[in-house]
Design a binder for this molecule. Structure first.
Ligand code: COA
Ligand code: AMP
Length: 632
């Protein structure tokens, strides 16, 4: 039996041979000149000089090696009452044809393509078709508003955009096409073509000469072959929240990404080729990129693409139905999904209706798995429940219990230990290591393993400044936490203004920019407050202009609408309080962290640099009056 400690040690002491060996499982057109290229620190490169194609490794490879008739993707959509299975051969046919469609629209290697689609198989087809051509996709989550889409259009300058006429949220149809049209209007950059999937729930109106129908285009398409690209060429850009309204375009390369993700399927998730693997997330998030689309396909699994929710589609037994119906071996989702199920079916009564004997493990990520959710899931499912920690930037997990190597005992509240490849440390503000059990900044010694982000799109310097400058020679995760005496890692909180709402990462800074743009708002702050279901919810504090006598309820309604229109429903911004003043340090920094602790009823210390301590009492009183149970 392999021991995780030995595998880990080898990955850190000799990354070249560790990842070089893992790379033998990948198909290359040309092998690498060097496994790790450190010539341009901190912009490390993996598999420099090699040529590869991501789509070939995800699909063609399996068709060429006897898996053509195995299901590659199961589309399960309770919101449209559809279940459809695509074998590897069928997926290849669709992807090659859609690559032909894109090529006909002039998309070639290095061009960007934005994909703005709900959880339909065509989203995965579009991603893989881009990869086939060596084009760079950028998937934008459907819950973002036109303005956010416009920012991404301007930053990535796509030649084409692929979208669907609508998404289906419980109780409403979200029409994507008007959002796209509006975004294109707002953006300076204009794509030359849009390919639109018409769904029967809503018909999109088309702009002549620019918009093309998905189905008609596919019927007329000439299949396109895989285009070899450099291992170091970008595969995709995925925008994620930064500390301002300008999102960060996380870049993923081709070669290192295939190597790391393929390695992770067996070693972390213990999924063997042929197993059914289900990541209940969305293609718009990094989990969806890595574990709905790429990793399961690289390793010859069957992936489930689920267009539904954990509850309400139709009931809290939805996940159990999918697991039993498709014989899912490994489920990966966010703790919030389990909290939603537990809330509606606390006893797990609906589990009795399904045979879950095929399920071998549940993996959770997106936020820390709280002890209640962990125990409930362990108790109800009777399989290992593994919390693992990762970020959009890292593309795969930093810490996990690597079930395919050696299953370690689970410690409540910990995502276990650093995964091979991750040289993780806890440092204080002066970059000194802290003692075991002491909280500090969680940082990873460079180089980061393959599959992570080599840079930010259009923002090379921002990459170095944001992530690599605070601790020389280390990647700053912006998470704080500690490592205990046994080497278990505990991720406690963010060190920046990012909050985590239903496993979605949101920037309070971006919300503040919207609040501040309201003509009656003089000053504002947004913090995350604890929520039983979503983990956190944003809460706004508004100081109004002198002389403003608007009814606060009307004004807050307006502001809530503004955030929904400018950032999107996914921001889940629904609550704000009007206050007289905001607590600040003497240098004028708003004490958001202290406000959040007061709202959550956590212990807090009076900041030494506070300008006027009385304001914190006012904030406590306002929260208590507004019904925040812990505040006061
Ligand atoms: N397109 C358009 N709108 C969307 C959307 C999409 N793809 N996804 C979410 N939204 C909307 C929702 O309808 C909701 O709108 P509302 O304010 O009108 O109700 C809003 O964005 C907030 O969405 P969300 O925070 O997801 O809340 P929810 O109440 O719809 O669902 C959960 C809550 C817990 C069921 C859901 O978040 C969930 O399943 N999460 C777990 C899986 C996951 O997504 N993990 C992410 C990373 S692993
Ligand atoms: P995202 O980039 O959207 O994947 O969000 C990444 C952030 O989510 C991390 O920096 C953490 O703050 C948080 N996160 C994700 N997974 C975990 C986890 N297992 N435990 C604690 N925090 C997590």
């Amino acid at each position: 039996m392999r021991r995780i400690a030995d595998v880990y040690r080898q990955s850190i002491s000799d990354p070249d041979s560790f990842w070089g060996e893992a790379a033998e499982a990948v198909h290359w057109y040309k092998r690498w000149d060097s496994v790790l290229d450190s010539t341009d620190k901190p912009y490390y490169r993996w598999f420099s000089g090699a040529e590869v194609n991501t789509c070939y490794n995800a699909i063609d490879f399996h068709v060429d090696n006897g898996r053509g008739d195995q299901p590659a993707l199961i589309y399960d959509s309770p919101v449209t009452n559809t279940i459809k299975t695509f074998t590897y051969r069928e997926l290849l046919d669709r992807v090659a044809r859609f690559a032909g469609v894109l090529a006909q629209h002039g998309v070639t290697k290095g061009d960007r393509v934005i994909i703005y689609m709900p959880m339909v198989p065509q989203a995965a087809v579009a991603m893989l078709a881009c990869a086939r051509l060596g084009a760079i996709h950028s998937v934008v989550f459907g819950g973002f508003a036109a303005n956010e889409l416009a920012v991404r259009i301007d930053d990535s300058q796509p030649k084409a955009i692929v979208c669907a006429s609508c998404g289906i949220e419980p109780g409403r149809i979200v029409e994507y096409k008007p959002l796209l049209d509006h975004a294109i209007e707002l953006a300076d950059h204009k794509p030359s073509s849009c390919i639109v999937l018409q769904r029967r729930q809503a018909t999109a109106s088309m702009v002549g000469g620019r918009d093309f129908d998905w189905k008609e285009s596919m019927d007329a398409a000439i299949p396109h072959d895989c285009v070899p690209v450099l291992a170091t060429d970008p595969l995709y850009i995925l925008y994620t929240s930064g500390t301002t309204g300008q999102p960060k375009g996380v870049v993923r390369d081709n070669g290192g990404h295939i190597v790391a993700l393929k390695w992770s399927m067996k070693n972390i998730y213990n999924a063997d080729p042929g197993d059914v693997y289900w990541a209940a997330s969305d293609v718009g998030w990094v989990v969806g990129h890595s574990y709905i689309v790429y990793a399961p396909l690289f390793s010859g699994n069957t992936t489930v693409l689920y267009e539904g929710k954990p509850v309400g589609t139709p009931d809290p037994g939805a996940f159990w139905r999918v697991i039993s119906q498709h014989n899912v071996r490994v489920l990966f989702t966010a703790p919030t999904a389990f909290r939603a199920i537990k809330k509606e079916d606390p006893e797990g009564a609906l589990l009795d209706n399904y045979d879950l004997s095929g399920l071998k493990a549940l993996f959770l990520a997106g936020e820390r798995t709280d002890p209640d959710t962990l125990r409930w899931a362990q108790d109800k499912l009777r399989v290992p429940v593994i919390d693992h920690w990762w970020q959009t930037e890292t593309g795969w997990s930093i810490c996990a219990n690597c079930l395919g190597i050696e299953s370690l005992p689970v410690k409540v509240g910990s995502p276990t230990k650093p995964v091979p490849g991750w040289d993780l440390h806890v440092l204080d503000d002066e970059s000194n290591p802290v003692a075991a059990g002491d909280i500090g900044s969680l940082v990873a010694k460079l180089p980061l393993p393959p599959g992570t982000f080599p840079t930010l799109w259009n923002a090379r310097q921002r990459f170095a400044d944001t992530y690599m400058s605070a601790f020389d020679g280390y990647y700053e995760t912006s998470d704080a936490g500690y490592i205990d005496d046994d080497g278990y890692v505990f991720v406690m909180s963010r060190t920046d203004d990012i909050i985590n709402v239903a496993g979605h990462r949101l920037s309070t800074g971006a919300m503040e920019e919207v609040l501040a743009s309201h003509p009656d708002v003089a000053e504002c702050a947004v913090t995350g407050v604890a929520d039983d279901l979503k983990g956190q919810l944003p809460l706004g504090f508004l100081v109004l202009n002198a002389g403003c006598d608007r009814n606060p309820t009307d004004l807050i309604d307006e502001i809530v609408k503004m955030v929904r229109q400018q950032i999107g429903p996914v921001a889940a911004f629904k609550q704000a309080l009007v206050v007289d003043r905001l607590p600040k340090t003497r240098s004028g920094k708003i004490l958001r962290g202290t406000m959040q602790k007061i709202a959550d009823g956590q212990e807090w210390k009076m900041p030494a640099t506070i300008d006027d301590p009385a304001i914190l009492d006012e904030i406590g009183a306002a929260l208590a009056t507004a019904g925040y149970p812990h505040a006061g």
